[in-house]
Design a protein around this ligand. Sequence first.
Ligand code: UDP
Length: 416
Amino acid sequence: MDRAPGSRETQVGALPAGAGPQQAPSPVPTPVGGAPRILILFSDTGGGHRAAARALTDALKLFDPTCVVTVADPLMAQGPAVVRRLASLYSPMIQRSRVAWGAVYHSSNTKPTFAAIRAVFGRGVRKVTVELIKKHDPDVLLSVHPLLNHMTYQAIQKCGRPRALMTVITDLVDFHRGWTFSQADLVVAPTELARKVAIRRRVPPDRVKLLGLPVDLRFRPPAPGEKQALRRRFGLDESRFTILVMGGAAGAGSLLKQVRMLAWELQQWQVVAICGRNEKLRRRLARVHFATPTLVLGFVDYMPELMRACDVTVTKAGPGAIAEALATGLPLIITGFLPGQESPNVDFVVKSGVGKFSPKEADLLEEVRVLAEGGPTWREMSRRAAELAHPYASSDIARECLLLAARYRASAQASR
Ligand code: UDP
């Protein structure tokens, strides 16, 4: 039953009861009662997909502690060797050559090239996904990665009983064509602009929902007195304006130059530099004696608390970092972007009035000076950030996912 994606006959979104009799015999028994089962598919290409998968897992468990959630990476962890090798090039590539990444992104984002990629790598990834389905018997396959949607749909077709396919787009404004698969039951858009792009790319409007980009539910503005308490906890000065500098999970971009610019000479503020998995950078920064107080950290799993301790986020235009800063009510200074999926995020931040674009280190200093005064500019940006944020996106998405699971389980039971 391996039908081409796009075939209307076998659309996953059709009422599952009707789809049941047309399926191949299932090696998996149809579920009777029991807890909803969700399989989240992501890949470790960039930190955003992993963060979204984790936020959704937590939100699902919060909503229904009985639900069984499995998170799998059919590209990097379980994928075929050649796919693993190619996917693992993402981090080194974005650190060493953004231009090369831009070329890869744009050339893979045409209809024929994307079809060719699926034809070459689809078989191996589908096989892994079919095995995952057989093992975990999910009611909903929830994808947070652009390369997995079409192949997951095909894997579902091979595994008997109807199951839902849900896609949660984790890019903010414009995105790779792989995100929008018109047969998905539900496509979750992070912004109104993204919702429009999805509809323009032929996802039926009633299957696109604007729910926000899923962030950890711990991202929220600090309660009164909490910012100071957190600063004490991290060994920071309680009263200094605090700048969080980051470059995604890989610690990409010119972090070294940015931190030097902000902290080399004595300033009124303090800096928290998060190097992520860039251990070389962490070691280098840790050796420097800055005149301005600077806390240098590697990969942290307490980003919500760190953001709440800070006053501004300086980052590349990563969708995860932007959505998390908005949920915390933090203004942003964008220092760069990955060509492709991150380019339009710069305009999004600037035009929405939540931040500035400062690709040159010298300008960065100027922007920080204005914000560090803590006057109307900072307050207005923080207010706009809170307006734009979707701090409960994970919870809203989890709810939709569980509704889909209930619908598919009910129809599977009815067709027994
Ligand atoms: N992140 C983290 N710890 C770190 C550095 C980053 O948890 O030390 C998280 C960050 O909170 C965000 C994600 O990694 O959720 C980065 O996502 P983004 O979309 O900003 O950039 P990407 O890494 O995907 O390029």
